[in-house]
Design a binder for this molecule. Structure first.
Ligand SMILES: Cc1cc2nc3c(=O)[nH]c(=O)nc-3n(C[C@H](O)[C@H](O)[C@H](O)COP(=O)(O)O)c2cc1C
Length: 213
C-alpha cells in the first residue's frame, strides 16, 4: 500500500491524487451575472446534487486572490447576486464549455467567446445556455468556508429540459438519459468521460435480501 498523509502533500500533488480517485465527477456549467449585469460562464466538477427535498446542489468554486474579493468570478457573482444557472453538459458542447474555463478577465462574457447562445431564465436574472439539454435555475442558500475550500450551496427552483429528452405517458414521464448523454470529468486535468457504458445491479430492500437467502 502507498500511504498519503494529506497534511504533508503539496497542494498540487494533493489535487492530483484526489481528482484521480474521486471520478467521474458531474460537470456544472454555471452561468451567473455580476452587479453590473456582466455575464460569466465557467465549468465546475466539484459539483453534485446533495438532496432532493429541498433540491440542493453543492459547488466547490476555488479562490483566486487576483480577483474581486479573492474569488473566481462565479464565486464573486453568486456572493453578490445570489443566483446562478447550472447548464447540463453533453459532448455536443464540450469544446465550448472547455473554452469558458480559460481564466478570462472579469469583464469578459465567456459565452460570447465560446459562441454559445444566452436565453432568459424564468425566475432569476442570470441567463441560461440555449445549447444545453437542460438548465437548472438556482438560488444561493449558504456558503460554507473551510480554510481555502468554499462550498456554495444552491436550491434548484426551476428546470428547463428540451422536449426531445422527455417522454410522457399517462400521469408520468421518463427522462431519456440515453439521449442526453451527459459527460463528466475524469482523472487528470484534460480528461472527460461519457456516461453511456451503463450496467444494472438491482437494489434490494431488507425483506428482499432475507427472502433471497
Ligand atoms: C471540466 C472542468 C471542471 C472544472 N472544475 C472546477 C471546480 O470544480 N472548481 C474550480 O474552482 N475550478 C474548476 N475548473 C476551473 C474553472 O472553470 C476556471 O478556473 C474558470 O476560469 C473559472 O471561471 P470564473 O473565474 O469565470 O468563475 C474546472 C475547469 C474545467 C475545464
Amino acid at each position: 500500500m502507498t500511504e498519503f498523509d494529506l497534511d504533508k502533500l503539496s497542494p498540487s500533488k494533493r489535487y492530483n491524487l484526489l481528482i484521480s480517485l474521486v471520478v467521474p465527477r458531474p460537470i456544472a456549467f454555471v452561468t451567473s451575472i455580476d452587479t453590473q449585469g456582466i455575464v460569466n460562464a465557467a465549468p465546475f466538477s466539484f459539483f453534485n446534487l446533495m438532496g432532493n427535498d429541498p433540491p440542493i446542489v453543492a459547488l466547490g468554486v476555488g479562490k483566486d486572490e487576483t480577483r474581486r474579493n479573492g474569488l473566481k468570478d462565479t464565486g464573486y457573482n453568486i456572493q453578490q447576486t445570489g443566483e446562478f444557472v447550472i447548464n447540463i453538459v453533453n459532448e455536443k458542447i464540450v469544446n465550448e464549455v472547455n473554452t469558458t474555463s480559460v481564466d478570462f478577465p472579469s469583464d469578459i462574457d465567456e459565452t460570447e467567446i465560446a459562441g454559445l447562445t444566452k436565453i432568459p431564465s424564468t425566475k432569476i436574472r442570470p441567463p441560461r445556455i440555449a445549447e444545453s439539454v437542460a438548465n437548472l435555475e438556482c438560488r444561493h442558500v449558504n456558503t460554507i468556508e473551510i480554510r481555502n475550500t468554499r462550498i456554495i450551496l444552491g436550491e434548484i427552483i426551476y428546470i428547463h429540459l428540451k422536449d426531445e429528452f422527455i417522454e410522457f405517458n399517462e400521469n408520468d414521464f421518463r427522462i431519456l438519459v440515453e439521449l442526453i448523454r451527459p459527460i463528466g470529468r475524469a482523472h487528470g486535468r484534460d480528461f472527460y468521460t461519457r456516461t453511456i457504458d451503463l450496467f444494472k445491479v438491482p437494489r434490494m430492500s431488507y425483506k428482499e435480501w432475507i427472502d433471497r437467502r
